[in-house]
Design a protein around this ligand. Structure first.
Ligand SMILES: [Mg+2]
Length: 262
């Protein structure tokens, strides 16, 4: 079977039927935590939107624009995390999904363009406990000192990208080894997301749950990507349960999804 060492793939160690990959900001949380930092503690909404536009029109890479936006956020890192803990909210049904997935041996893998310490800090407060690392894994960028300063002093931190890709974190890297597994070893791979950075990752999976009212849906239609629309995690949970119990196939969900969207 070539180069994949199956014994080294962490999310299939317990032989799950399903692995659930998901975006974090705007998908598990109601608002985007990075946007919140930039708009409230950095250079504000106008400049953020202008730089976003530069990425969309190809004037700037996401990697460079996002670093610049975060560099405008001056408070120390601990203060940033605290402000986010006070302002971010989880999707009201995510905790229920988390508990069901844990009981049914469905690993959750959070793949994010954000930073690991922020995501784990928010989970701890919003779930009410630290996520079980055997059950939920966070794959994202890190944070590091800027110019040798303490990260908790003003201007003391910067984002440390996960890899060399245009996005800073190529979310598809974590999924590809699982997508390449032989059929008898390969769990069903699901993905939930709301942004265009989720597209390449979702393309590796069997079905994308795309958040209602976002651009992602148009892209899916155009690219012929199997998807279904969700409003919150209650519908993700219901559909994942049906797939888990064999009541529906991912194919039938995607066909119905396309029909509903049209
Ligand atoms: Mg998102």
């Amino acid at each position: 079977m070539g180069s994949i060492d199956q014994s080294a793939l962490p999310y299939i160690q317990t032989n799950p039927k399903i692995i659930f990959f998901t975006d974090f900001d705007g998908t598990i949380t109601l608002k985007d935590s990075n946007d919140f930092l930039i708009e409230n503690l950095g250079y504000g909404v106008e400049k953020r939107k202008a730089r976003n536009e530069d990425v969309l029109t190809g004037k700037s890479s996401f990697r460079d624009a996002f670093r610049e936006m975060l560099d405008s956020v001056k408070p120390g890192f601990a203060e940033c995390i605290q402000v986010l803990k006070d302002n971010m909210k989880l999707d009201p049904y995510f905790t229920e999904f988390y508990n069901w997935a844990k009981e049914h041996n469905v690993p959750i893998v959070v793949v994010s363009s954000g930073m690991v310490p922020i995501i784990s800090g928010l989970f701890e407060v919003l779930l009410g406990h630290k996520p079980d690392p055997k059950h939920l894994t966070i794959v994202a960028n890190e944070v590091e000192s800027r110019d040798g300063k303490d990260i908790n002093t003003p201007g003391g931190w910067q984002i440390k990208y996960h890899d060399e890709s245009h996005f800073g974190h190529d979310k598809s890297l974590e999924i590809k080894p699982y997508a390449a597994l032989p059929a008898d070893k390969r769990p069903t791979l699901l993905y939930a997301g709301d942004g265009v950075s989720d597209l390449s990752a979702a393309a590796e999976t069997d079905l994308l749950f795309a958040k209602k009212g976002h651009d992602l849906i148009r892209f899916c239609e155009r690219e012929g990507m199997p998807f279904t629309v969700f409003e919150d995690w209650s519908s993700i949970l219901a559909t994942t349960k049906d797939i888990y119990e064999g009541k529906v196939s991912v194919k039938s969900v995607a066909e119905a999804g396309l029909e509903n969207a049209q």
